[in-house]
Write a protein that binds this ligand. Structure first.
Ligand SMILES: *Cc1c(COP(=O)(O)O)cnc(C)c1O
Length: 462
């Protein structure tokens, strides 16, 4: 199995190298050269299997000869061993034909654990085999950083540094990053905002001397292995609702387009998905694009669903690549145009996108109303991101069962939940324990040279 860049101008890599590389050298994103398919019989045979076994069968063809069956099974077992629900991704019913896929039973109670826990084990295995050590540096506004720290803590071949804006993440998000006491975990509170953190990270990747010296690696959402991990729960949920013998639709709260793109891959593999609905908050660039065929950047408006507050949706590039019949030059040109703030999508590509995706948006008021309405109707407490999804899904209900992805536990966003329903959500028990633990964090000025020196120094000490 080979991977190619969406901009058509980077070396083809196997699965392990695509995973360790992250971003392609031409600035593009890696995608499989050919998407493997599963027959109706293959899909039907997933019924009743454990999540781990479904994960093995769905992901196996993408991995090629990078791992043996036995190695890959072990990696998957370890990745999901500390999830707190035996089904890993359970479904609950909201209404006669509407289901919620709970993706928040992992260690940091947001769906990013599904991909990050797998990536942690994949990195550990592959680096152990190569006898290499890498330094992972990530910038976060909250969820990605905690998921990365949980995934990489205690692993021998990895040091993980997370830059977060000092004073601008929630209490619970900060504690998730600062209470792990493993020596390879480094939480850095940067005196600045999230954009400063991201700019520092970018500068580190562009400083080739530093990049090579510390063996810098990235695990942000453009990493192909993260998308792949998310394909699995489309299969597990659809099969438990009757696929492949009937069609299923999905609505996905969307920011960087990674989660919903995984649904597109599932569909290309043969899963009978009727509708894939993009749900955005007031930062609705994707919804506007679907309506107008123009992708136009506007300023980010901070919302109560902060993990979807984006201006540039990185993984949308992968959807464009397929909409443009895998024409890397065309994608490359669009991305150049985006430097000036916008690009227009051709009629043919737009038809291809509309064949695969529907869209909707929820305002702040509608998000709060959605939390209150679901709580009143069936006692289900939604996080604000999931509430955006449910609001948009309700506009697309039909005779086909609809599954809305619940991307975080409500306790991760207690203020929004309280605002909506007058009551704070309960923390899961393991989170209550963590809240009293000692915090370990280093405050750093927003200065590239100082940050780089600190990272080199910490690695030298280990
Ligand atoms: C990251 C995140 C999203 C958005 O997912 P994308 O893959 O970026 O579209 C939605 N909800 C929550 C809670 C998240 O953490």
């Amino acid at each position: 199995m080979k991977y190619i860049s969406t901009r058509g101008n980077a070396p083809e890599l196997n699965f392990a190298d695509a995973m360790l590389t992250g971003l392609a050298r031409d600035g593009g994103l890696y995608v499989p050269k050919k998407i493997p398919t599963m027959s109706k019989e293959d899909i039907a045979a997933l019924a009743g299997l454990s999540y781990e076994e479904v994960a093995f069968r769905v992901m196996r063809p993408f991995v090629g000869d990078a791992f043996t069956d036995e190695e890959f099974r072990g990696i998957i077992e370890r990745a999901y061993a500390n999830f707190r629900h035996p089904a890993r991704a359970p479904l609950v019913q909201l209404a006669p034909n509407h289901f919620l896929l709970e993706l928040f039973h992992g260690p940091t109670i947001a769906f990013k654990d599904f991909a990050m826990q797998l990536i942690g084990q994949l990195f550990q295995f592959e680096l152990g085999r190569r006898g290499e050590h890498v330094t992972i540096v990530g910038a976060t506004s909250g969820d990605t950083g905690s998921a990365a720290i949980e995934a990489f803590r205690g692993l021998k071949n990895v040091d993980v540094f997370i830059l977060f804006p000092d004073g601008r993440v929630s209490d619970i998000q900060r504690k998730q990053m600062t209470t792990p006491d493993d020596a390879n975990v480094h939480a850095l509170a940067v005196e600045g905002d999230f954009d400063d953190c991201q700019a520092a990270l970018k500068d580190m990747f562009n400083d080739l001397k530093f990049r090579d010296c510390v063996k810098l690696a990235g695990v942000n959402s453009i990493n192909w292995a993260r998308v792949l991990a998310q394909v699995v729960y489309y299969f597990s949920s659809a099969v438990s609702l009757g696929a492949p013998h009937r069609e299923i639709s999905f609505t996905v709260p969307t920011g960087n387009f990674g989660d919903i793109f995984a649904g597109y891959i599932a569909k290309q593999m043969g899963l009978p998905i009727a509708d894939l609905v993009i749900a955005t908050n007031q930062n609705d660039i994707l919804h506007r694009t679907m309506e107008t065929a123009a992708y136009t950047k506007e300023g980010v408006m901070p919302s109560i669903s902060p993990s979807m507050d984006i201006q540039v949706s990185s993984n949308f590039e992968r959807a464009l690549f397929y909409a443009y019949d895998q024409d890397g030059d065309a994608v490359s040109q669009l991305m150049d145009e985006l430097k000036d703030g916008s690009f227009a999508i051709s009629q043919g590509a737009m038809e291809a996108l509309r064949e695969n995706f529907l869209s909707g948006r929820a305002s702040e008021k509608e998000t709060l109303a959605s939390i209150a309405a679901e709580y009143a109707a069936n006692g289900e407490v939604l996080c604000p991101h999931s509430a955006v999804g449910v609001k948009v899904a309700n506009e697309h209900l039909s005779t086909v069962p609809m599954v809305t992805l619940a991307t975080a536990h409500p306790a991760k966003f207690p203020d929004a939940v309280e605002q909506a329903m007058g009551q704070r959500p309960d923390l899961p028990p393991h989170m209550v324990d963590m809240m009293g633990d000692e915090e370990r964090v280093t405050k750093v000025p927003n200065n590239l040279g100082l940050l780089q020196a600190l990272i080199k120094d910490r690695i030298a000490q280990r």
